[in-house]
Design a protein around this ligand. Structure first.
Ligand SMILES: [Zn+2]
Length: 275
């Protein structure tokens, strides 16, 4: 009888840790269990991937989970993970290389190098002293990038408020509140369900870039509006010195509602007359 092997972490076990559903089945076992989904999943798993998702030290890194990759709702959406194992798997196929711990931590999911040392959480008012960010992986398995080719990151910063500013939130509920600051809802095309329309949560530098972009957009619209008003003959210049006297603003002279004017009574009489 063969000695039992030293247990090793398999990709399937890591998937299970992420999803709470075990895919750790071979097709025959799955068939006996009568689950078609599991058979399909097991078959897909044996066919598709050419490369393991992570190297052994990458697997250790995942198991330690120092940065909360396996914490559901890290960026404020309950039950949602920053990335699923299947995303990391797809990314490995795209690169043709398993991800090691250094790659995972610096490129995929780890400390946000652009973040300040600390910031006050807008949601709870407590200090935040460490920040994480997570790369997004697209359908092809490549990292998502912006127009300038920079990797697009989720993070703990949200552009919102009046005037708009970059705010920070603790992972989890604090970030949910911050992302939900507008309190808007949207309807999902797929299911027709109404869900919270959350603001993007970004890394610090990308949130700042977004803020600059939005401010530029509004400044441009304001300039266009002002140019239009000017062509119409209106102006934003301060008005003449009518209501100013020696630089002191004395306010409007004529009260808009004269004292002693009893509107309610008058209105009542009107009703009485009508009857
Ligand atoms: Zn907080």
């Amino acid at each position: 009888m063969p000695k039992s092997r030293i247990p090793q972490v398999t990709d399937a076990q890591i998937t299970a840790a992420f999803t709470g559903v075990s895919n750790d089945v071979d097709p025959s076992v799955a068939a006996r269990s009568g689950s078609d989904d599991k058979v399909a999943a097991a078959e897909a798993e044996t066919k598709a991937p050419q490369v393991r998702a992570v190297t052994p030290d990458g697997a250790d890194w995942l198991n330690q989970d120092s940065f909360g990759l396996k914490i559901g709702g890290i960026y404020g959406q309950r039950g949602r993970y920053a990335l699923r194992h299947i995303d990391i798997q797809r990314h490995a196929q795209f690169r043709g290389e398993s991800a090691n711990s250094a790659y995972l931590e610096t490129v995929v999911h780890g400390p946000d190098p652009s973040a300040p040392n600390s910031m006050v959480c807008t949601s709870c008012g407590e200090e935040i002293t460490s920040f994480v960010r997570t790369a997004m992986i697209n359908e092809d398995g490549d990292l998502r990038r912006d127009q300038d080719g920079n990797v697009t990151y989720r993070g703990q910063f949200v552009v919102t408020g009046k005037p708009m500013t970059v705010h920070a939130g603790h992972t989890g509920d604090c970030l949910y509140k911050l992302r939900n600051a507008r309190n808007r809802r949207k309807t999902l095309e797929s299911s027709g369900k109404s869900v919270a329309d959350l603001l993007p949560s970004q890394s610090f530098d990308q949130a700042n870039a977004r803020l600059a972009g939005l401010n530029g957009h509004f400044a441009q619209r304001r300039a266009e509006g002002q140019a239009f008003q000017k062509r119409l003959g209106f102006t934003n210049e301060p008005r003449g010195s009518n209501d100013r006297d020696e630089g002191v603003n004395r306010g409007q002279f004529t009260p808009s509602t004269p004292r002693g004017h009893r509107r309610a009574e008058k209105r009542q009489r009107g009703w009485a007359d009508a009857s």
